[in-house]
Design a binder for this molecule. Structure first.
Ligand code: FAD
Ligand code: PYC
Length: 414
C-alpha cells in the first residue's frame, strides 16, 4: 500500500488524485481464518492490528454488521485522558494515551491526536477531595496529572464562569497531555493498516451465530455464510450481551444510550477539553469550530442510538451555567450510541467459558481513549492466553468481588 506523505499529496494534486489506492478492500470471506474479530469499531480493529503487528497472526478477518467505525467509535466526543484512580486502569489507559502520541506515524494515517489538555472540574467539596486523591494516585502510578486551583482554571479556559450561580468552580484535575483525536480516522487508520497486512475487513457481514464443538469455538455463522476460525474475539460494545448469548454465557452489564450534540461553528474560543461532572456535561471545540457537547446516559436500557430528549435539555441547561456564552448558540446535530456499562465502570477483557473465545467489552461511556491500549492488551490475551494489561479485567472479578471501581473517573452520569 502506498505511503501517505506530503510529497504524495502534492504529486496527486497534479494528476487529479488518480493514483491513490483503496484504503481497504471489499473481500469475500474465506472458509477459515486463524482468528476472527467480531466488530469493526476501534477496539476490534486495534485488536486485529496488534495481533498482526505484535504476534505475526495475520490470517485474520474483522466482521462488521454495518460499516466500520459506525458504532460508538464514530459517535463519541473523542476525549482522551488517563486520569483514572485504580492501578490496573491507570496502566491500560496510560498505555493507550501514550500510544495515541505517535499513532499517526505508526499507522501512516493522520488521526489528528491533539493533546490540548483536559480538565475535570471540581464544583463540590466531594469532588475536590476525589480529584486530589486521584492526583496523588496518578503521581504514584507515573501518570502526569495535577490538581489546579480556580484561577488557573480560568486562565486555561477564559470563557468559563467560575463563580457559577449554583456550583462555583473550586479547582480541577488537569492532565496536560490529555486531549482529543479524530474518531473516524482512528478506525480508518487501523482498518487500512490491517488490510495492508493482508487481513480481511468485511463490512455488512452480521454474525448471527457462534459455532462450537466439544466446548471449543469452531467458527461463526454470518449473513455471508459460515466461517471457521481457531480463535474468536467478540468486540461489539453495546451488543456484547447478544453475542455472549450466542456463545452460551451471560455478561454483567447493561446497554444504554449515551448522547452528544454539536453547535454551529464559531471562531476559536476554547483550546482545551472541559468535563463538568456536577452540573454535568463535557465540552470541547472541534477543528471546524463546532462546540462538541456530551450528556449523560439514558436512565433505562435501550438500543436506540438516539438518546432521550430530556438529556439534551438538561445537558445544555447545565453547561450554560458554567459557559454562559453557549446560550447564544444554535445546536446543529444530535446523536447517540449504545454503551455497555458494567457495575464497576471498568471494562471486561477476558477469556470466556467457551474455549478459544475471548471478549473485549464494557468500555461503557469511556472507551474511545482506550482503543490502542485495549487492542494491544487484547491481542496479547488472544495470542498468548494472558496479558499483564488485561489480567485484572477478567470476567471472574464479578464472581470474586474484585471490582475495579472507576465510577468517579468515568466522569459521565450513569
Ligand atoms: P463500537 O465502536 O460500537 O464497535 C462495535 C461494532 O460491533 C459496531 O460497529 C457494531 O456494528 C458491530 N457489531 C455489533 N453486533 C455485531 C454483529 N452481530 N456482527 C458483526 N458486527 C457487529 N469514550 C471516550 O473515551 N471519550 C469520549 O469522549 C467518549 N464520548 C462518548 C460519547 C458518546 C455519545 C458515546 C456513545 C460514547 C462515548 N465514548 C467515549 C465511549 C466510546 O465511544 C466507546 O467506549 C468506544 O467507542 C467503544 O468502541 P468499540 O470498538 O468497543 O465499539
Ligand atoms: O470518558 O472521558 C470520557 C468521556 C467523556 C465523555 C464521554 N466519555
Amino acid at each position: 500500500m502506498r505511503r501517505y506523505s506530503a510529497f504524495a499529496v502534492a504529486r496527486e494534486a497534479f494528476r487529479n488524485h488518480s493514483g491513490w489506492d483503496r484504503a481497504w478492500g471489499n473481500p469475500v470471506p474465506k472458509d477459515r481464518y486463524d482468528a476472527i474479530i467480531i466488530g469493526a469499531g476501534g477496539h476490534g480493529l486495534a485488536s486485529a492490528y496488534y495481533l498482526g503487528k505484535n504476534f505475526g497472526i495475520k490470517n485474520v478477518a474483522i466482521l462488521e454488521k454495518g460499516w466500520l467505525g459506525g458504532g460508538n467509535t464514530g459517535r463519541n466526543t473523542t476525549i482522551i485522558r488517563s486520569n483514572y484512580l485504580q492501578d490496573p486502569s491507570a496502566a491500560i489507559y496510560e498505555k493507550s494515551r501514550s500510544l495515541y502520541e505517535d499513532l499517526s506515524q505508526e499507522l501512516n494515517y493522520n488521526v489528528m491526536f491533539s493533546p490540548r489538555g483536559v480538565i475535570m472540574l471540581a464544583q463540590t467539596e466531594h469532588e475536590v477531595r476525589g480529584y486530589k486523591r486521584t492526583a496523588q494516585a496518578n503521581a504514584l502510578q507515573g501518570v502526569k496529572t495535577e490538581w489546579i486551583g480556580p484561577e488557573r482554571v480560568k486562565e486555561l479556559c477564559p470563557i468559563m464562569e467560575i463563580r457559577g450561580p449554583r456550583y462555583p468552580v473550586l479547582g480541577g484535575l488537569w492532565q496536560a497531555r490529555g486531549g482529543t483525536a479524530r474518531h473516524d480516522a482512528v478506525a480508518w487508520g487501523y482498518a487500512r493498516a490491517c488490510a495492508d497486512m493482508g487481513m480481511h475487513v468485511i463490512q455488512k457481514c452480521e454474525v448471527t451465530g457462534i459455532r462450537a464443538e466439544g466446548g471449543k469455538v469452531t467458527g461463526v455463522s454470518t449473513t455471508k455464510g459460515d466461517i471457521g476460525c481457531d480463535k474468536l474475539g467478540i468486540v461489539v460494545a453495546g451488543h456484547s450481551g447478544h453475542l455472549a448469548g450466542m456463545a452460551g454465557f451471560r455478561l454483567p452489564f447493561e446497554s444504554v444510550a449515551l448522547q452528544a450534540l454539536v453547535s454551529e461553528p464559531i471562531k476559536p474560543c476554547m483550546d482545551i477539553v472541559v468535563m463538568a461532572n456536577t452540573v454535568h456535561g463535557y465540552l470541547s471545540q472541534s477543528d471546524k469550530g463546532e462546540m462538541v457537547i456530551g450528556g449523560g446516559t439514558d436512565g433505562f436500557n435501550n438500543y436506540t442510538q438516539r438518546g432521550s430528549f430530556h438529556h439534551i435539555e438538561e445537558t445544555v441547561r447545565a453547561l450554560t451555567e458554567t459557559f454562559p456564552m453557549l446560550s447564544r448558540l444554535k445546536m446543529l446535530r444530535q446523536w447517540g450510541g449504545i454503551v455497555d456499562v458494567t457495575g464497576d465502570r471498568s471494562p471486561i477483557l477476558s477469556k470466556t467459558p467457551l474455549d478459544g473465545c475471548f471478549i473485549n467489552c464494557g468500555w461503557g461511556t469511556g472507551g474511545f481513549k482506550a482503543i490502542p491500549g485495549s487492542g494491544w492488551g487484547f491481542a496479547e490475551l488472544m495470542a498468548k492466553g494472558e496479558s499483564p494489561l488485561t489480567a485484572e479485567f477478567g470476567l471472574e472479578r464479578f464472581r470474586e468481588g474484585r471490582f475495579i471501581d472507576e465510577s468517579v473517573a468515568a466522569g459521565v452520569a450513569h
